[in-house]
Every structure is written in structure tokens, then in C-alpha cells.
Design a protein around this ligand. Sequence first.
Ligand SMILES: [Zn+2]
Length: 110
Amino acid sequence: MDIACPQCGNPKLEVDEANSVVYCQKCGFAVKVDPQTGNVTPLSKGGAPAPPAYSGSGGAGPRTVLGMDALTFFMAGTAIALLLTFMNTINLTIFAVLELVLFYFYWTHK
Ligand SMILES: [Zn+2]
């Protein structure tokens, strides 16, 4: 099967040969393929990928920054820094430094 998922582009679609179903583990997209006629019947359109459940690798729970998870903190900080840059409150050099600091926090807390 060299078909990429039409919903999310995942190049590795799973094939359930027993049921003639091709499905995507990433977004839930699934079609039934009739082996005789080659007809494809959509089973699930997939759609927005579900947020991945925290896998708990390493045993420790997710660490947080100021009560937000690291990625939220990083995104929020980036949004604020961008806003300040657009309003000419800070210049690009300070923006870059802020981003570095944010990314450092993200990296050490993710
Ligand atoms: Zn998909």
C-alpha cells in the first residue's frame, strides 16, 4: 500500500487484511476496500487528529511552567513576543532572545 492518508498525509496507512479495511492510525481515517471490485467505501473521515495522550515515558508526570504545560507556555510566550514586536515595543534582537529563553524553558520542561 503506497497510499498516503488523504486526511492528514500520513504515508503509512495500516491495512486490516481480514476486513479489507485500510485505516490511518494518526487521524482515524478508514475506508473499506472491496477486493473483488476495488470499490472503496468510506468508514470514517478521520478529521482533526486527537491530541496524543501523554505517554508517560520516563515515569514522571508532565512538568508545567507557571501552571501551563510547556508547549502552551511556549506558544503563549511566542504570541506575546510577536505582538510586542509588531507594536514596536521590542526589536527583533530582543524578540530572538525571548524566543531562545522560551524555547529553553520549553525544552527543559517538556
Ligand atoms: Zn490520517
